[in-house]
Design a protein around this ligand. Structure first.
Ligand SMILES: NC(=O)c1ccc[n+]([C@@H]2O[C@H](COP(=O)([O-])OP(=O)(O)OC[C@H]3O[C@@H](n4cnc5c(N)ncnc54)[C@H](OP(=O)(O)O)[C@@H]3O)[C@@H](O)[C@H]2O)c1
Length: 440
């Protein structure tokens, strides 16, 4: 390549880097870049600027390769819809599921994927028989890791329910992939570790959860030091107005009928107990690097205001939209751009009124338990999360009552002595211990 041409390409990349470094730097608590002022270029900030330029270049002129972990679930199917909507700029290179192998094979054929991952070797064998040619079946955690770390992959959307996505997400971060994170359990279990790895590897974690996407959007262009308080909204679930005395009789079918959101089974139960909001408080603590005292929750039954941020001057910004996960999913996949989304627009006149009320900790102690887990720190949030996941599974099979979910989580937390500054082995040990404790 002639040296003059090389110089102009280098200069152009640098200009792109300068263009993206300022907005990125202003929300540095979300991501990886600490430099905020293009005038402070030095040996540390220049490579970041160049990387920004390269990414911007890839974003604007090339299709980006996406892997969707959990593509057959509620978030996963919405993500596939979004990928269709973004056809020209996104290629779904890999997908993974646990049991829905027929749907997985159909998705692989439609999206022309290179990989499809099953949860184990038997699933991968089954998949091989039904996958289109050109799509390779991979198995288990190792298969997911192989897929998400492949050099051609740019972005990984983790939408596996529970904690099975933790190691693949860590591997993707270490391989420098952008992460769109729906699986809140990952940051609850190992938020400190995951965010430290993201910073170390200059990797951005983009929130998919609607509340965190709302906070992320409200923080864009703002200086981190001006943030006073995060206010997460909660629908309150189907039992918001139920008297305490009648909670013990709630069945799984009743708890699975969410008033505003259409979601997977576990997250629907978590919404009904408010455990979901507890998990989201912990997720927000790590994602935005804000202590729990500055994270509040307000019940908002219409699920139109997805969350709010209060700033130092008392100004409050909110992000609104219809309760539809395709919006935050698409924003995570196109950030920092907004692309058209052919959905029914929000009609505030039709909505009529927006209501807000305080959560009732006496009837729904999940938020208090989440604050306790954050206060205790170390492995306690992992125990909160794992005990809840196991208790929800028992509730769904009819061996635990509805209030039994939070009573069990509280009892298991009482028995746990948290390990501070925990690494992955201690976190996984605490997770396994809590699950065994719930099984009894
Ligand atoms: N749904 C929502 O609106 C929503 C909103 C915000 C955040 N989230 C979070 O997003 C995550 C997913 O929620 P969801 O509602 O989409 O759950 P879901 O409908 O139950 O889907 C879970 C997905 O994970 C797959 N899966 C489970 N274990 C796996 C394994 N070991 N290996 C590979 N794939 C595996 C499932 O495959 P099979 O279909 O084969 O079982 C399915 O594709 C959860 O962490 C939830 O808290 C969800």
């Amino acid at each position: 390549m002639p040296s003059g041409y090389k110089r102009s390409v280098g200069l152009w990349l640098m200009v792109c880097g300068v263009g993206v470094i300022r907005p990125i730097g202003q929300i540095s608590q979300i991501g990886r870049i600490r430099a905020t002022d293009p005038q402070t270029f030095n040996k540390d900030t220049l490579p970041v600027a160049l990387a920004g330029g390269v990414r911007l270049c890839r974003f604007t002129v090339m299709k980006r390769n996406l892997v969707i972990l959990g593509s057959t679930g509620s978030i996963g199917r919405n993500a596939v819809w979004v990928a269709r909507n973004l056809g020209q700029e996104l290629h779904v290179a890999g997908i993974a599921a646990q049991r829905s192998l027929k749907l997985l094979a159909e998705q692989a054929a439609e999206l022309r994927c290179e990989w499809a991952g099953a949860a184990d070797a038997e699933g991968a064998r089954e998949l091989r028989a039904i996958l289109p040619s050109g799509c390779r079946a991979v198995a288990g955690e190792a298969g997911l890791i192989e897929m998400v770390t492949a050099p051609s992959v740019d972005i990984v959307l983790c939408a596996i329910v529970g904690t099975a996505g933790l190691k693949p997400v860590l591997a993707a971060i270490r391989a420098g992939k952008t992460i769109a994170l729906a699986s809140k359990e990952i940051l609850v279990m190992a938020g400190e570790l995951v965010m430290a790895e993201a910073r170390k590897n200059n990797v951005r974690i983009l929130p998919v959860d609607s509340e965190h996407s709302a906070v992320f959007q409200c923080l864009e262009g703002q200086r981190p030091e001006s943030l006073r308080r995060i206010i997460l909204t909660a629908s309150g679930g189907p039992f918001r107005t139920r008297p305490a005395g009648s909670l013990a009789g709630i069945t799984a079918a009743e708890a699975l009928a969410h008033p505003t959101w259409n979601m997977g089974r576990k997250v629907t139960i978590d919404s009904a107990t408010l455990m979901n909001k507890g998990l989201e408080m912990i997720e927000a603590r790590w994602l935005f690097d804000v202590p729990q005292e500055r994270i509040d929750v307000v019940i908002h039954p219409q699920s139109i205001v997805h969350s709010l941020v209060e700033f130092a001057d008392g100004s409050v910004l909110a992000q609104m939209g219809r309760p539809d996960m395709r919006l935050p999913i698409q924003y995570a996949l196109t950030w920092p751009h907004r692309r058209p989304l052919p959905l029914e627009p929000l009609d505030l006149v039709k909505a009529g009124h927006l209501d807000f009320e305080a959560p009732d900790p006496r009837r729904f102690p999940a938020l208090t338990l989440a604050r306790r887990a954050l206060d205790a720190g170390g492995t306690m949030p992992a125990v909160y999360n794992a005990a809840n996941e196991a208790a929800v599974a028992r509730f769904l099979t009819g061996t635990l009552s509805f209030p039994g979910i939070w009573e069990t989580v509280a009892a298991v937390m009482d028995r746990h002595t948290p390990v501070a500054y925990a690494g992955l082995p201690q976190i996984l040990k605490a997770d396994a211990w809590a699950r065994a404790a719930v099984a009894g």
